[in-house]
Each structure stands twice: as structure tokens, then as C-alpha cells.
Design a protein around this ligand. Structure first.
Ligand SMILES: [Fe+2]
Length: 403
């Protein structure tokens, strides 16, 4: 990639990018305009646009939410799907000013009712929470997302604000936090619960080699994501620097989705390689009886072809063999990705200090650390992807949004 082009990219304003069909879903109401029955399929349209939804009568019967079809408390399916007739007929009607779809079955009661909100949410891919991302580069230093600790503890609105910012930017700071381990854990537990891994739950490390990982040294660590050796890499991480009596040790954060976008535009063939070749990662500690291995493409796409995860740790890449020509191509692609990792125009640099807690998306943001001399104590936790998204999904519904 030519330097001129990279320089011009670094001057671009922060780039809003919706994860395609999902951008329309964060809306207060989703009223239906029409429900048309064509053959055995119901075609639904909405007041505020977005794509139509087509569902079959069979699907509607299978997903009926009346008390005889869905348990009123557990919301689990009671319908015997496999005893439903495939020759099913009904009439459909939009009711309550577009807020409800009624399906009156020809051969059975009761009529099934579906809220427009429920139906609107079906237009999204359930693998990833509907979200509009703002891709960033070094320019994020002019307006780093943050929330206040006191507000975060007191109100669900501030908790939602934090999680929305993490969804949009991949990171957010919580400011004004007491420099204690208790405060770190209090924040984590207000969001969800702490994930247990080989490092424990809450971790708190210095350069003591407690675990066989470079993080437990004072060496520089290049850009990476954690858990490439885990089938389900930690979705989010929290860092809280409890002591920084050292020189150096500045952290670097990079928007992996921005890197992927640059690569897809400038070197699409190499981008394609990184979306297709599953790369294994491993963690070895035979003293503790541990040999973790997992593999996935560095740029993992969902079944719609959308990027859902950046997963990269060259330190932990396990030996694996491809036919030589394919491996040469993979090395070329890794080299291109590594060049982006070390492009300062994509770096947000920050010295973490007590009082500021960083929460970031480990499926999106790469982190790195300069070497340091002196004493540094960093605390943190991992949070599961689905637990954090669950909390935000709930908070959105509570706020009257679709999802
Ligand atoms: Fe790390």
C-alpha cells in the first residue's frame, strides 16, 4: 500500500459503518404497514422502512406465542413442531395501528398474535447484536469514548451508555474509578459475570511469570487479541492499571475492523485468504497439564459474509502445514496484516493509570504494550461475548428499542 494513500486514510474522519442490514434495528418503534398473504407466505412491511420480512404460515404456527404454544414464564416452545400440518391455512391482519399481526387459523384456535417489535427484530442476524460501528484510527484520541464511574454504578442509563459505546467503537473508558481490585471487580459484575480461564477469573499481574505468558513479563508485546487458542475467545476484556511506578509500558489499541476494511479495499486477494484459512493457536503449560488449541480464520465472517471477529496472535500461532503455495500466500497475507498492525496512523496510544478502567471488545480491538522498566500492576477480567450482548439487548428492550 502506498504511503500517500495510508496518510490520506489516517486523516479521514471517524467512519460510521453499519454492520449492513443491522443499522435500522435500533429504533424506538417498528409499526407494520401491511401483511399480505401470498400462497402460504406472509409478506410484512414496516412504516420506517428496512427490508420486508417474509415468513411462512408454518413458521408462524411453529413460533406462536399464545400460552398453549409457548410457556408464559419460560418462553420456551410448547408447540409440537413435528406434528403440525404442512397443509396449513389462515387469514392475516395488521391490528393496533400496526403494532400487532393477528393470524386466524382455519382449523384451530386460538388466533396467534405477534407484536411488530418481535417481528421487526427477526430481520437481523442473531449471531451479532444489531449495531452501528464507527471505525477509527489514531484520530480517536481527540474524543475517546468514556463514561463516569459514579453514574455507571447508579443508573442503568449509564450502564447502557457504556455498552453502546463499546458496541460502536469497540472500547470505552470508565473514569473516576478507585484504584482498587474491588472497584475493578465491581464494574465487571455490574456488566455480567467474570469468565474463568486458565488465568483464573479476576487477574492481577506484575512481571512475575506467574503464568507462561509474555503478559507476565516487562517485555514489549505486539498487537494481538487474546484467546486465539480458545474455541470461544473472550469477548471483552477490562484493564485497570493499579500501579504504574515505571517508565514505558504505554498501551496501544487498534481497531481490527478498520484494518480489515483497509485490507479488503487495498488487497482483496489477501483479505480473502485471511477470511478462509483457519489458523490454529495454542497455549502450552505442561507443568500445569495445559495444552489448549483452537483454530479459526484471522478474519472470521458470519454466514452472511459479514466480519464478526478479528482473532490474531502471532506469538501463539501453532505450527501447521498447508501445501507450500498456499502457505506462501498465507504468509503474504499475514505480512500485510502485520504491516497494518505496525502503522502508527492506526494506533491509539495511552498510558493506563489508576482511576481509568478500559473495557474493550477482544473480537475487534487489538492491544499491545511497550516494554517497561519499574513496577507496574495491571488488573482485569474477561467477559463472555454473549453475556455482555445479553445485558445490552435487555437494556435496549427496557428502553423501548427493538433490540
Ligand atoms: Fe493480551
Amino acid at each position: 500500500m502506498a504511503d500517500v494513500k495510508r496518510d490520506s486514510l489516517s486523516r479521514l474522519p471517524l467512519t460510521p459503518v453499519s454492520n449492513h442490514r443491522r443499522c435500522y434495528t435500533i429504533i424506538m418503534t417498528s409499526h407494520l404497514t401491511a401483511a399480505r398473504l401470498i400462497d402460504q407466505n406472509v409478506h410484512l412491511t414496516w412504516v420506517n422502512g428496512g427490508p420486508d420480512l417474509v415468513v411462512s404460515l408454518f413458521w408462524l404456527r411453529d413460533n406462536c406465542q399464545e400460552v398453549t404454544s409457548q410457556h408464559p414464564d419460560t418462553k420456551q416452545r410448547l408447540v409440537d413442531t413435528f406434528n403440525l400440518s404442512t397443509d396449513i391455512s389462515a387469514s392475516v391482519k395488521v391490528e393496533k395501528d400496526g403494532q400487532q399481526l393477528a393470524v386466524k387459523w382455519s382449523n384451530e384456535d386460538p388466533t396467534s398474535h405477534f407484536t411488530s417489535q418481535f417481528l421487526a427484530a427477526l430481520r437481523t442476524n442473531p449471531e451479532v447484536l444489531p449495531n452501528t460501528r464507527t471505525l477509527w484510527d489514531c484520530g480517536i484520541s481527540e474524543g475517546v469514548p468514556e463514561v463516569a464511574y459514579i453514574e455507571f454504578l447508579k443508573t442503568d442509563g449509564a450502564l447502557k451508555d457504556l455498552l453502546e459505546k463499546v458496541q460502536r467503537f469497540g472500547l470505552c473508558f470508565i473514569e473516576g474509578v478507585p484504584g482498587t481490585a474491588e472497584a475493578t471487580q465491581l464494574i465487571a459484575k455490574r456488566i455480567s459475570y467474570i469468565r474463568e480461564t486458565i488465568f483464573g477469573g479476576y487477574w492481577d499481574f506484575t512481571a512475575n511469570m506467574e503464568h507462561k505468558d509474555t503478559a507476565y513479563t516487562s517485555m514489549a508485546i505486539g498487537p494481538h487479541t487474546d484467546g486465539t487458542y480458545s474455541f470461544d475467545a473472550p469477548g471483552y476484556q477490562m484493564f485497570h492499571c493499579l500501579a504504574a511506578e515505571c517508565t514505558g509500558g504505554e498501551n496501544v489499541l487498534i481497531d481490527g475492523f478498520k484494518m480489515a476494511k483497509i485490507l479488503s479495499e487495498d488487497q482483496p486477494a489477501l483479505y480473502k485468504v485471511l477470511t478462509e484459512v483457519a489458523i490454529p493457536g495454542q497455549y502450552l503449560d505442561y507443568d500445569r497439564g495445559i495444552h489448549l488449541m483452537a483454530r479459526r480464520p484471522l478474519l472470521r465472517l458470519d454466514d452472511s459474509g459479514d466480519l464478526v471477529q478479528v482473532t490474531y496472535n502471532n506469538y501463539d500461532r501453532a505450527p501447521f502445514v498447508l501445501p507450500p503455495a498456499q502457505h506462501a500466500l498465507l504468509y503474504k497475507a499475514l505480512n500485510a496484516f502485520n504491516a497494518l498492525c505496525h502503522d502508527p496512523s492506526l494506533h491509539y496510544r495511552r498510558r493506563l493509570l489508576p482511576g481509568s478502567v478500559l473495557l474493550f471488545d477482544n473480537w475487534r480491538v487489538l492491544h499491545a504494550r511497550d516494554a517497561y522498566v519499574g513496577y507496574r500492576q495491571l488488573a482485569g477480567v474477561y467477559l463472555n461475548k454473549e453475556d455482555v450482548e445479553s445485558r445490552l439487548r435487555y437494556l435496549r428492550i427496557k428502553a423501548g428499542e427493538t433490540t
